[in-house]
Design a binder for this molecule. Sequence first.
Ligand SMILES: Nc1ncnc2c1ncn2[C@@H]1O[C@H](COP(=O)(O)OP(=O)(O)O)[C@@H](O)[C@H]1O
Ligand SMILES: CC(C)(COP(=O)(O)O)[C@@H](O)C(=O)NCCC(=O)O
Ligand SMILES: [K+]
Length: 281
Amino acid sequence: MTNVIHPQTVDPTWLALMIGNSRLHWALFSGKTLREAWEIDQVPVTAIERLIQQWAQGDWPEAIFPLNVREWVRQAAKAGPIPLYLASVVPAQTSIWQTYPATTIVTPDRLPLKGLYPTLGIDRALAILGAGNQLGWPVLVLDAGTALTLTGADGDRHLVGGAILPGLGLQLHALVEHTAALPIVEARSDSTLPPRWALNTADAVESGIVYTMVAGIQDFIGAWRTKFPDSAIAMTGGDSTSLLNYLQAKAPEVAAIVQPDPHLIFWGIRSVALAQLPISQ
Ligand SMILES: Nc1ncnc2c1ncn2[C@@H]1O[C@H](COP(=O)(O)OP(=O)(O)O)[C@@H](O)[C@H]1O
Ligand SMILES: CC(C)(COP(=O)(O)O)[C@@H](O)C(=O)NCCC(=O)O
Ligand SMILES: [K+]
């Protein structure tokens, strides 16, 4: 069981929410300190409306707040509605959260980054900002979520560009959905490499997807390092542990320069919140 946490500092409590295509990613901060991070599954729009109403009335729905943070948020809310910093790549969900009275939508124009294109995902912009703040610039971010995105910025915080492909889970599921005879294959839990020359269907699917993804990642990292030899490289997202384990098995020298950090997007959101909230630096 996780320990119940309580607000002990004078720094304000605030919440960060990143709405991804698979899950809602939450973090509870006091001031600049991340106290707890958790994920919940996508919730249908009607259910969210109910949850937000409940929350605005001082009830802390278990569907959103795990037991160990409920006492913290309950106490912190005595001082007024807890600020919520929201970023979303699912437009249908974004507006609903504005019915909560203390929501700030994080938009790209608030971020100290250059050269962003209008339709760039806010998750990608925040992850590159978070990674640059933590590791320095230039920086390349791999975000292994529903999609696998690669996003790079130079030493001047200027977006160099990136790439988008179906993520590990999505590739496995899409192949099953669009074929008649292929079985559901989950990536193996120990993230060991499958046999490359597979002799059964499940291994063949896993081999095809894993080896091509890892080769693609190696190729992109190599190309980035040719441009920016000393650049930091960071990886985040739900499949980052699996992919990094595969990379470690296949190309340990490449894996060694990739820094995993599950909270890159939250570090990006934090820099927006710090500029607005009364937080001691
Ligand atoms: N507990 C989990 N529940 C759901 N997906 C998970 C979980 N752990 C790892 N994953 C992997 O995370 C991927 C989604 O990554 P995530 O970062 O949550 O995506 P998004 O940011 O698009 O919501 C899925 O493809 C799945 O393989
Ligand atoms: C590429 C994405 C779907 C990734 O979303 P995720 O896998 O994190 O849910 C998202 O960043 C997005 O909708 N981007 C807009 C297009 C772009 O970044 O160019
Ligand atoms: K992603």
